[in-house]
Structure formats: structure tokens, C-alpha cells
Design a protein around this ligand. Structure first.
Ligand code: NAD
Length: 379
């Protein structure tokens, strides 16, 4: 079975690194073919030494693949190069990418969405959302620290004492917790808020303060994602966070709602209360943004506040982001591949489990994921 890895456009990361190629090549029956100049960080020779075949022509690469491995989805033109029944594995954002998903079905290419890997203990090692979110949380703080015209740690000198920077983190999930840890390591005073009360203890264990707000019933989905708040709850949250935001040098927002538009947590009006020169990094920029007016992949200054909306923050640390992504892919393929029968376990009869069935979106020319089908029918 041939696993083909395509070079990403507008993304410094790559879906496999040589070390991961080596691991896949150890699985009997798998071959790895990679597009030439796959990565800016590893050479063709290194991929070759790990056992991969280097393919010059993209159309040729697609045409020979049983599995197409990417970070970002292939476009409709590229998917036309693929063999019928090949499996396309990438982030796919299926809730918001209906046309593309249907184009895969029309081309007869099966599609697996990495966002949909269930959040179970067994699937943790395949979960790219988590591996990439940790890095995003780290990069967000490093970027903010670099942009801030001040320092993070307290400094006592004969010339006087500098107070530590104040960092406020909204959303203490995977990215938020890493942002808290990074800001603490740099010496900042950190406060955080999340609608899921269960994270209070995790925030405190990192040495940060948890902002308590009584929003009434909030809760989380069975997968651990936050539920959307009512407009009254959002209004109450705005009010409660206003003081923390106004007093912060840096605010990191990470609040996302899986498959849906992110909630606006910092309005244009609230921006006016921030000190000029303060920094906001909005990790939800790509899914609508937590900050009113944020622009995707741009840094803008509004009322003296710098708002950073870079979507692909893991791409800024592409070596480690690729390393973690690739490791997730080795675990996923190792899980799906049936060595004895040289097939992928994508059908119940072939031994597909809740991981495979949870993230398989297109199979045999049709959208097969019940949740995605229901979402499209409701549109
Ligand atoms: P996410 O990226 O969807 O959201 C980030 C955070 O924003 C979440 O903590 C969410 O509660 C919070 N949020 C949403 N709306 C908010 C609002 N209005 N105000 C403030 N905060 C808001 O979530 P995530 O970080 O990917 O994951 C959430 C949780 O899922 C994690 O804390 C983790 O415990 C769990 N998880 C489990 C697994 C697994 O078991 N395999 C894998 C990854 C994550």
C-alpha cells in the first residue's frame, strides 16, 4: 500500500518527517512516496535515507497513492488526479467545507477528517488538534512577549522595580493551558477564564489565578468541548471579564466552539478600555475570532491595541509541529492498517472501530458520517 505525502502550500509544516517515514516503512506492506522538496527543514536525501521514494510530479504522486497524507486538504483539481477509492487524510473542517467534501465524494475518493478523531484515551496519540494547539499556545505567548514594549518578569534593580506583566488567558483548553504555562515560565502574572468549571484546578496547578464568573449552566459536550452560551450568558461574561482585560498587558483568546463560529468575547467597545500598547493574540481568528474586528493572518492596531490574528501559529515552529503531526499520523495509520489483509480498516466488517468510523467522512462516493450528513441536511 502506497502512502503519498504532498507538499503543503502556504504552510511551513509537512505531514511526515524522515523519522516518521522510517517508522512507517517498518510496517510490513507499507511504502512511503513523498513529493520532492516536501519540507524546508528536511532534505529529499534525508527522506530517501529513511526509505521514502521521492516523486517529482504531483499528478504522478496522487495517481499512485492508496493513502494521500496532507495537513491541509487537496483542492478539487488535485483530487481529480487521485485513484478512485484512495483515502485522503488531512484536516478537512467538514462542517464548513461542504463543497469540497462533496467534490471528494464525486471523485470517488474516500476522506478522513483529522479534526473528527474522537477524544478518547486511545485516540489521544493520533489527535492533531491537541498536538498543534499546544504549540499554538506557546507561540502565542512568545509572539506577544516579542511585541510588548515591556518585559514579562518582575525585575528588581538599583534603578527600581519593574512589576511583572499581566497576562489574561480566555479559554483554558489545550492551547490555553500551554499559553498559561509559557507566560508563567516567562515570569508574568497570569489569570485565566473558561466556561468549563472543571478547568479551574488545572489553571491553579500551573500557578495562575482562575477568574470565577457565575454564568449559570454552561457544561461541555461528550467530547469535552464547550457548549455555546446564550446571549445573556455572553453578556454576563463580557461584564465579568472587562476588568481583567482592561488591566492586562497581554490577552490571549483561545475560545472555540467545535465546528461552529467562535464567540465574540472582546467587543470593539471593550477594546477602548485597554491600555495603548497592550497586545491581544486571537487563536480563534481562523474560525471567526474572539475579538471583534480581528483580521485573519494580520496584525492590526485598533485604539492603540495590537491584535494578532495569525491562524497557523504552529506553522511558526514548523519543525516541532511537523514532528508531532507526523507522529500522530504514524499512530493513526498503524491503527487503521491491517497488515495481514493489506487493507485499511474503514468498514465495520473489516474491523473499523469508533476511531475510524468517527473520522471517516466520505466512503465509496458518498458522505457517510452521520453527524456531517445531518449537518448538511439541516443547512
Ligand atoms: P477548544 O479548542 O474547542 O476550545 C478552547 C477552550 O475554550 C476550551 O477549554 C473551551 O471550554 C473554551 N471556551 C469555549 N467558549 C468559551 C467562552 N465563551 N469563554 C471562555 N472559554 C470558552 O477545546 P480544546 O482545547 O481542544 O479541548 C477542550 C478539552 O477537551 C480539553 O481541556 C481536554 O480536557 C479535552 N480533550 C480531550 C482529549 C482526549 O481525551 N483525547 C483530547 C483533546 C482535548
Amino acid at each position: 500500500m502506497i502512502v503519498a505525502v504532498v507538499r503543503e502550500e502556504l504552510d511551513n509544516r509537512s505531514a511526515l518527517i524522515p523519522e516518521a517515514v522510517k517508522k512507517l516503512m517498518k510496517i510490513q506492506g507499507l511504502e512511503v512516496h513523498v513529493e520532492t522538496n516536501l519540507s524546508a527543514h528536511w532534505t529529499d536525501e534525508e527522506y530517501q535515507a529513511a526509505g521514502a521514494r521521492i516523486i517529482e510530479n504531483r499528478e504522478d504522486l496522487y495517481g499512485r497513492a492508496d493513502v494521500i497524507l496532507r495537513i491541509n486538504p487537496s483542492d478539487t483539481r488535485e483530487i481529480g488526479y487521485a485513484k478512485r477509492n484512495a483515502l485522503h487524510v488531512s484536516l478537512l473542517d467538514p462542517y464548513n467545507n461542504r463543497k469540497l467534501v462533496e467534490a471528494y465524494a464525486k471523485a470517488g475518493v474516500d476522506a478522513l477528517s483529522l479534526e473528527m478523531i474522537p477524544r478518547t484515551t486511545l485516540a489521544q496519540k493520533m489527535d492533531v488538534l491537541s498536538s498543534q494547539a499546544s504549540l499554538a499556545g506557546y507561540v502565542a505567548v512568545i509572539k506577544a512577549a516579542e511585541r510588548l514594549a515591556g518585559i514579562f518578569p518582575m525585575m528588581m534593580t538599583p534603578a527600581g522595580t519593574i512589576a511583572p506583566a499581566k497576562v489574561f488567558v480566555i479559554g483554558a483548553g489545550v492551547a490555553g493551558l500551554q499559553a498559561i504555562a509559557t507566560a508563567k515560565r516567562l515570569g508574568a502574572r497570569v489569570e485565566a477564564f473558561d466556561t468549563r468549571p472543571v478547568v479551574e484546578e488545572q489553571v491553579q496547578s500551573l500557578g495562575a489565578k482562575f477568574l470565577k464568573v457565575d454564568l449559570g449552566e454552561t457544561g461541555q459536550t461528550k467530547d469535552g468541548y464547550a457548549k455555546a452560551l446564550s446571549s445573556e450568558q455572553i453578556a454576563r461574561q463580557h461584564e465579568a471579564m472587562a476588568r481583567a482585560i482592561a488591566g492586562s498587558d497581554v490577552t490571549i483568546t483561545t475560545a472555540k466552539l467545535f465546528g461552529r463560529k467562535a464567540p465574540i468575547l472582546i467587543t470593539s467597545k471593550m477594546l477602548k478600555s485597554l491600555r495603548p500598547g497592550s497586545i491581544i493574540v486571537d487563536l480563534a481568528a481562523g474560525s471567526g475570532g474572539n475579538v471583534e474586528g480581528v483580521e485573519v493572518d494580520k496584525e492590526i492596531v485598533v485604539d492603540g491595541v495590537r491584535i494578532i490574528g495569525i491562524d497557523n501559529l504552529p506553522g511558526e515552529v514548523a519543525v516541532h509541529a511537523s514532528q508531532m503531526f507526523a507522529s500522530n499520523m504514524v499512530n493513526l495509520l498503524g491503527h487503521l492498517y491491517d497488515v495481514d489483509n493489506d487493507i485499511l480498516k474503514l468498514d465495520e466488517g473489516d474491523g473499523a472501530d469508533e476511531i475510524a468510523l468517527g473520522c471517516l467522512i466520505v466512503r465509496g462516493g458518498a458522505v457517510v458520517h452521520e453527524g456531517i450528513k445531518a449537518h448538511y441536511e439541516g443547512e
